[in-house]
Write a protein that binds this ligand. Structure first.
Ligand SMILES: Cc1cc2nc3c(=O)[nH]c(=O)nc-3n(C[C@H](O)[C@H](O)[C@H](O)COP(=O)(O)OP(=O)(O)OC[C@H]3O[C@@H](n4cnc5c(N)ncnc54)[C@H](O)[C@@H]3O)c2cc1C
Length: 389
């Protein structure tokens, strides 16, 4: 029987950070990972360059049934704290857009940095480790395929179920169920949307085309590119909105957010230019053509009655689309939902019901926007628990 002050299951972003902080406090820490190496999602993140944080992090950038829950952890360990660590290791980075910080070189540097910090804090990482069973008497007793481990503090950092081929499992949710801890329904987030029928046909014909647009659902909007694909829609604005929509809900796309296109059409209504050619001044030609083919008759601008110009401009400003689904957990960058934050202390991430049991990172019902926010939640929640385990 091995004894440790803290056992952390899952050596991803949150688990590594938690282990480092607990180790720095002199705790004996075991970090158990079922894959062959730690930090696999960090390695593939940000197209291999890890968008490790966002300078403009605020609670508004996170989705949770309790929007206040993330505040304490985010203020206890901020983007500046992580940037200081990155700079201590002389890892070069740059800002891509809207505060998003990426490594100049490779995500590997971030994983090596975290592994090195673990080593310096005396953390023992055990890879290829399969946990078979956990019971709680006075302590937590964890049976793996090769060891029995006893600990007073057990941290679940196994993430969500997005991208199972990178090691994602539903382990964390099962542990929550085992200890009667509530879960919020999960669904794929930051994921491309799929369409059926006529729309799928149209999108597939213009796959590869992207348009700067404002995409809205309920009261939330994102202004970024949308990308037409063979299956439907992707691109940053779509990925962002995908985290917010429920099955059967529609999105609204404003394809010309900076114009009043009805005014523009009216002011040009005496022109002999084909309407689709006129539209390609404002939007990519292939898209303009496909859009007009689907939603309007063809002809020179001068032949369109005012009523029809109004209909066309309304459609361009408020294009209502109902996805048939998403590309699912295999393609989703995150899992929305998870361990109910009402069950956890926002200061320590400890379960309110089960003393000594902690949940951190993506397994919790806190999901960040695209742009470095999910890693910041992993660092901040990992740090918060690491100070207490
Ligand atoms: C393709 C892709 C790109 C991304 N890019 C970015 C980005 O650039 N910026 C950003 O902020 N976010 C990004 N994300 C999201 C980000 O990777 C996650 O939100 C973040 O990794 C969550 O950290 P975590 O520690 O909670 O979970 P994870 O990093 O998923 O770590 C969980 C760990 O637990 C292990 N595990 C799972 N089950 C078990 C088990 N039963 N026993 C033992 N170990 C187990 C896993 O193998 C893994 O190592 C990206 C996600 C994907 C899929």
């Amino acid at each position: 029987m091995i004894k440790a002050d803290a056992v952390i299951i899952g050596a991803g972003a949150a688990g590594l950070m938690c282990a480092i902080e607990a180790g720095k406090r002199g705790r004996s820490v075991l970090l158990l990972e079922h894959c062959e190496k730690p930090g696999k999602k960090i390695l593939i993140s940000g197209g291999g360059r890890c968008n490790f944080t966002n300078k403009n992090v605020s609670p508004e950038n996170f989705i949770s049934h309790n929007p206040h829950f993330c505040k304490s952890a985010l203020s206890g360990y901020t983007p500046d704290d992580f940037i200081s660590l990155i700079e201590k290791y002389n890892i070069k980075y740059h800002e891509k857009k809207s505060g998003q910080l990426f490594c100049d070189d490779s995500s590997r540097l971030v994983v090596s940095m975290l592994e090195n910090e673990c080593k310096n804090s005396g953390v023992r990482i055990i890879v290829n480790c399969k946990v078979k069973n956990i019971i709680r008497n006075d302590f937590f007793e964890i049976d793996t395929e090769s060891e029995s481990i006893q600990t007073g503090s057990l941290v679940i950092a196994t993430g969500g179920i997005s991208i199972p081929k990178m090691g994602a499992t539903d382990f964390g949710y099962n542990i929550a169920r085992q200890f009667n801890i509530g879960l919020r329904e999960i669904h794929p987030g930051l994921v491309p949307l799929t369409f059926s029928g006529e729309e799928r046909k149209m999108f597939s014909e213009i796959s590869g085309v992207s348009v700067d647009a404002e995409v809205s659902c309920k009261s939330i909007s994102f202004r970024e590119n949308i990308l037409f694909t063979h299956k439907g829609l992707s691109g940053p604005a779509i990925l962002q909105i995908s985290s917010y929509i429920n099955k059967g809900e529609s999105i609204s796309v404003n394809l010309l957010p900076e114009t009043d296109f009805y005014e523009i059409l009216k002011n040009n209504s005496d022109r002999k230019t084909q309407l689709s050619n006129f539209l390609s001044v404002y939007l990519p030609k292939r898209f303009a053509q496909a859009f007009m083919n689907k939603y309007s008759s063809s002809g020179p601008l001068i032949t369109f009655p005012d009523k029809e110009l109004k209909l066309i401009s309304d459609k361009l400003h408020n294009w209502k689309l109902t996805p048939s689904g998403t590309e699912g957990f295999d393609k989703a960058e995150v899992t929305v939902g998870g361990v109910d934050t009402d069950e956890l202390s926002s200061k320590t991430m400890e379960s309110k019901k089960v003393k000594g049991l902690y949940f951190i990172g993506e397994v919790t019902d806190v999901t960040g926007w695209l742009g470095g926010y999910n890693f910041q939640w992993a660092w901040s929640s990992g740090f918060a628990a690491g100070k207490y385990v």
